[in-house]
Write a protein that binds this ligand. Structure first.
Ligand code: SAM
Length: 241
């Protein structure tokens, strides 16, 4: 479960020693019901990264029959992940999130809404990206990644060229990548990093395409907070060419 980190916040579990891109992993102490979800339900839907990924990847979701696999990195409270899973029963969704409370929220929704098309990795998404076969993902989402506003922390921002290179490997040609942020400077650096990643093409034809949230992109908890605090968001859609 939890990756060991040194006093610099570096993840010690990966060979590449990536900088930690997330904040706290734990919030309140779990209730007995939440602890049961964690202990019993999570293993049923958790990815087994020690085994090879099934081929085709859609087999991960059996007995649910799915024809596509989508990936959400940093799902937070899971609002978007759960909405997409309920709205697209023929799509399998992999959600990655190291924050325990968010994982428990999704486990609750899986149980209450009887969702058969969600699999989880309760840890760093970059482990999953390394595990996924080339071209196995039809659509990926990184919505409102941690802004890391302090200058000394900028290098912890998740959406940067190394992540985009990993996403370019796992998303099939013709697939889609959606990025969202309420931080203007982060939107700019996302677009600059994309300029160095020719595998993706920004599909925006005009300002409305990045200023207006698509109808099949529900508001997340983090975005709602940004709206309350007066920040506007960018919705960036890219095609894997
Ligand atoms: C600012 S929150 C936004 C959450 C959610 N997407 C939303 O819009 O409400 C960013 C989330 O990304 C998660 N995160 C950061 N780095 C991650 C990583 N390497 N793998 C998976 N999740 C990560 C954090 O734990 C946090 O929950």
């Amino acid at each position: 479960m939890a990756a060991d980190t040194d006093d610099q916040g570096n993840d010690d579990s990966g060979a590449s020693r990536e900088l930690r891109s997330f904040g706290r992993r734990r919030g309140r102490v779990l209730s007995a019901r939440q602890q049961a979800l964690w202990d019993v339900d999570l293993p049923r839907v958790a990815l087994d990264l020690a085994a090879n990924a099934p081929s085709p990847l859609t087999r991960l979701f059996a007995p649910a029959a799915v024809s596509e696999v989508w990936l959400e990195i940093g799902f937070g409270g899971g609002e978007h992940l759960v909405w997409q899973a309920a709205d697209n029963p023929k799509v399998g969704l992999i959600g990655c999130e190291p924050f325990e409370d968010g994982v428990v929220k999704v486990l609750t929704a899986i149980e209450e809404q009887r969702l058969a098309n969600i699999r989880l990795h309760a840890d760093d998404a970059r482990d999953v990206l390394r595990w996924l076969p080339e071209g196995s993902i039809d659509r990926a989402f990184v919505l409102f990644p941690d802004p890391w506003p302090k200058r000394k922390h900028l290098k912890r921002r998740l959406v940067a060229e190394p992540l985009l290179a990993q996403l370019a490997r796992v998303i099939r040609p013709g697939g889609q990548l959606r990025l969202g942020t309420d931080i203007a400077d982060y939107a700019r650096t996302m677009l600059m990093a994309m300029q160095h990643t020719p595998a993706f093409r920004w599909t925006a034809a005009g300002p409305d395409d990045w200023r207006i949230r698509p109808t099949d992109w529900p508001e997340t908890r983090y975005e709602a907070k940004a709206v309350r605090e007066g920040r506007t968001s960018s919705y960036l859609l890219f095609e894997r060419v």
